[in-house]
Design a protein around this ligand. Structure first.
Ligand SMILES: Nc1ncnc2c1ncn2[C@@H]1O[C@H](COP(=O)(O)OP(=O)(O)OP(=O)(O)O)[C@@H](O)[C@H]1O
Ligand SMILES: [Mg+2]
Length: 254
């Protein structure tokens, strides 16, 4: 399965969705980052903006891999979509386009613009999913995401499930850039209580306490990620021209 994670907006959770929602639930997949220019201030911004030649390489790559998640940094989205228009039909290389969004008004407007652009390119609504990210506990998702939901109900450009949601959780910030796997963290078998009791200095005790807190947060968030992934219903897309019977490849981690 080949998935693009995309939104004109920065900071909506594209990388988080790619690395923590999709990657661990797609056996054998890898993430390709087409990074945001904000990712590293020291780099020449131009180096991060995808060019025609790189897009051609990306297309070649997509022909030879089975399972991949392409994380498209915000600064590259416009260019990438322009290239997709130029290389007509290239969007068909992707089985799905996943668009994370967050409650902030500006981000929702950018999300609407992203959805409209995907539709304009000719991407079918069955291939487009929205992940409602950073949903606060107890908030009314219908009301919070009214702009995006109203747009999709008037122009059906995506398949919506309100179950495709992730709460705000500090675990994502804690493990940012560490490459840590949340399921592994959640099942870390260490007996931190015993280790903390046996620790001799306070620095070590604090480090152990932080690992215990991380495990607790991870244990809380993994079921939510599993439910969100199931709600994406990624193996129900019969419209991809190259779609093959997928058996049980895309499965939720128990
Ligand atoms: N559900 C969440 N709860 C708490 N923090 C989150 C959540 N999702 C993402 N974040 C945090 O928000 C910040 C932005 O997320 P992320 O890097 O995934 O966004 P992005 O869309 O990839 O941004 P960019 O366009 O700059 O690449 C990160 O610090 C991340 O840890
Ligand atoms: Mg990112």
């Amino acid at each position: 399965m080949k998935i693009a994670v995309i939104n004109f907006s920065g900071n909506v959770g594209k990388t988080t969705v790619a690395r923590h929602l999709l990657l661990p639930r797609m056996p054998g997949a890898r993430v390709i980052s087409i990074e945001s220019i904000n990712a590293d201030q020291d780099q020449d911004p131009q180096e991060h903006v995808i060019r025609g030649r790189q897009f051609a390489e990306l297309q070649e790559y997509l022909q030879v891999v089975e399972d991949v998640v392409v994380d498209i940094g915000a600064s590259n989205v416009e260019e990438l979509l322009a290239l997709m228009r130029r290389y007509r039909g290239s969007h068909e290389d992707f089985d799905y386009f996943i668009v994370p969004t967050v409650p902030a008004g500006k981000q929702q407007q950018d999300t609407i613009a992203t959805l409209a652009e995907l539709s304009r390119i000719g991407i079918l609504s069955e291939k487009v999913r929205i992940v409602f990210n950073m949903v606060e506990d107890g908030s009314d998702i219908q009301r919070v995401f009214d702009p995006v939901l109203a747009f999709v109900s008037s122009s059906p450009v995506a398949r919506i499930s309100l179950e495709c949601r992730l709460g705000s959780n500090e675990i994502y910030g804690r493990i940012n850039g560490s490459g840590a796997d949340l399921s592994a963290l959640a099942t870390d078998p260490a007996d931190y209580k015993a280790l903390i009791a046996a620790a001799t200095d306070s620095t070590e005790r604090l480090a152990l306490a932080q690992r215990l807190a991380t495990r607790r947060l991870a244990s809380g968030v993994v079921p939510e990620l599993n439910a969100c992934f199931v709600a994406l219903r990624l193996n129900e897309n019969a419209s991809a021209p190259e779609a093959k019977p997928k058996q049980t490849r895309a499965r939720a981690v128990p």
